[in-house]
Ligand binder design. Structure first.
Ligand code: ADP
Ligand code: TRP
Length: 327
C-alpha cells in the first residue's frame, strides 16, 4: 500500500500552476495508488486574514474543482482539514520538536515576511510545522507538490526523523514528488517569480475559471522577450514558461511546438496558446459550475471523507500522546 497525500489552501482562486504542480500529479497517483488523501487546507488559509463567508465559499469551490478535475471520492479520501483537530494538535507537539532556526530558514516565509514586515502572523511563520503534522499524521509516503513546497516536505522529514529518534519509531519518512516539467509555472507578468494566487495583479495568473476573453487578454499581455522566436531555452524565462504551459495543455513536446511555430512570431503563438488553454479549461469549468449547484452534496463529500480520515488520525494521536508522556 502506497500512501499519497497532498493539500491545497482554499484561498481566492486556483490557477493553472496549482493544477499542473499539484492536482494533476495527484490524479496520476490516484490512477495506480490504493491509499490517496487530498484535503482542503483551511487552517493554512487563515495564516493571512480571511473573510469567513468568502472562506466558506472557497472551500466549496475547491471541493467542486477537485471533483471536476477527476478526484474520485471512491479512490481518494477527500476532506476538509478543520474537521480534524488532530492536525492542529500534532502541529503543537511538532512545534516543540522543531527549532526556531530551521523554521526561520524556510524561504517561502522569508519571501512573504519581507513583503508584510512586522504584521506577518505567527501562523504564517509556523505553517510548515502544521504542514508536517498534516503529512505525518497519515503515515504518508509520497507528497505530490510544486517545487516551492519541496523545502516544507523536507522539514517534515527532518521532524519525523528527530521525533522517531527521541521517542521511538512513530512516523513514516515522507518523500516529495515533484514533476519534471510544470513544477514551477512562472507569473505571466513576471517570469522571475512563480505564478501565485496572492500576486498583486490578475495578469500574473490564469485562474481555472477564466473565460475565453480573459485568457486571451492575459496571454496577450504576458511578458516575452526581444528575440521573437518560439525556441525553448531555459534562460529565456518568459518564453520558456509560455512554451511549458503550451506543452502541458496540448501534451506536445517542445520540438513539436518549435516546428509548429517555425517562422512565426509571438502574436500567432499567443493566440494559439490562449485557444488551447480555453479548450483545456472549458470542460472542467462546466463541471465545476454544475457541481456548485448542489452545495449540500459537496459538504457531504468532504464530511464523509473526514470521517474516514479520522479513524487513522485518532489512532496515530493515541500513539503519539503515549510516546511523549501526555494523556
Ligand atoms: P499559491 O502559492 O498560489 O498560493 P498554494 O500555496 O496553495 O498556491 O499551492 C498549492 C499547491 O500548488 C502546492 O503544491 C504548490 O507547490 C503548487 N503550486 C503553487 N504555485 C505553483 C506554480 N506556480 N507552479 C507549480 N506549482 C505551484
Ligand atoms: N502548504 C501547502 C501550500 O501552501 C498546502 C499544504 C498544506 C500541503 N498541508 C499540506 C501540501 C500537506 C502537501 C501536504 O501549498
Amino acid at each position: 500500500m502506497l500512501r499519497v497525500l497532498t493539500a491545497l489552501k482554499p484561498t481566492n482562486i486556483l490557477h493553472i500552476g496549482n493544477y499542473f504542480g499539484a492536482i494533476e500529479p495527484f490524479l496520476q497517483q490516484q490512477k495506480t495508488g490504493d491509499s490517496n488523501f487530498l484535503f482542503i487546507a483551511d487552517y493554512h488559509s487563515i495564516t493571512v486574514p480571511q473573510d469567513p463567508d468568502e472562506l466558506r465559499k472557497n472551500i466549496l469551490f475547491a471541493t467542486a474543482a477537485y471533483l471536476a478535475a477527476g478526484v474520485d471520492p471512491e479512490k481518494t479520501t477527500l476532506f476538509q482539514q478543520s474537521y480534524l483537530q488532530e492536525h492542529t494538535e500534532l502541529a503543537w507537539i511538532l512545534n516543540c520538536v522543531a527549532s526556531m532556526g530551521e523554521v526561520e530558514r524556510m524561504t517561502q516565509y522569508k519571501d512573504k515576511a519581507r513583503v508584510k514586515g512586522e504584521t506577518v502572523s505567527v501562523g504564517l511563520f509556523d505553517y510548515p510545522v502544521l504542514m508536517a503534522a498534516d503529512i505525518l499524521l497519515y503515515d504518508t509516503e509520497i507528497v505530490p507538490v510544486g517545487e516551492d513546497q519541496k523545502q516544507h516536505v523536507e522539514l517534515a522529514r527532518d521532524l519525523a526523523e528527530r521525533f522517531n529518534k527521541r521517542f521511538g519509531e512513530t512516523f513514516v519518512i515522507p518523500k516529495p514528488m515533484i514533476r519534471k516539467q510544470g513544477a514551477r509555472i512562472m507569473g505571466l507578468d513576471d517570469p522571475e517569480k512563480k505564478m501565485s494566487k496572492s500576486a498583486p495583479s490578475e495578469k500574473n495568473y490564469i485562474s481555472l475559471m477564466d473565460d475565453e476573453a480573459t485568457v486571451l487578454r492575459k496571454i496577450k499581455s504576458a511578458v516575452t522577450d526581444s528575440e521573437g522566436t518560439i525556441r525553448f531555452d531555459e534562460s529565456r524565462k518568459a518564453v520558456a514558461n509560455l512554451m511549458t504551459i503550451y506543452s502541458l495543455v496540448t501534451e506536445k513536446s517542445m520540438e513539436e511546438i518549435e516546428t509548429e511555430f517555425a517562422g512565426k512570431g509571438y502574436g500567432d503563438f499567443k493566440i494559439a496558446l490562449a485557444g488551447h488553454i480555453t479548450a483545456f479549461l472549458k470542460p472542467m469549468q462546466d463541471k465545476i459550475n454544475s457541481l456548485l449547484k448542489n452545495e449540500d452534496e459537496l459538504r457531504n463529500i468532504i464530511k464523509q471523507g473526514a470521517g474516514k480520515a479520522r479513524s487513522i488520525a485518532q489512532k496515530k494521536m493515541i500513539e503519539v500522546r503515549k510516546k511523549i508522556g501526555v494523556s
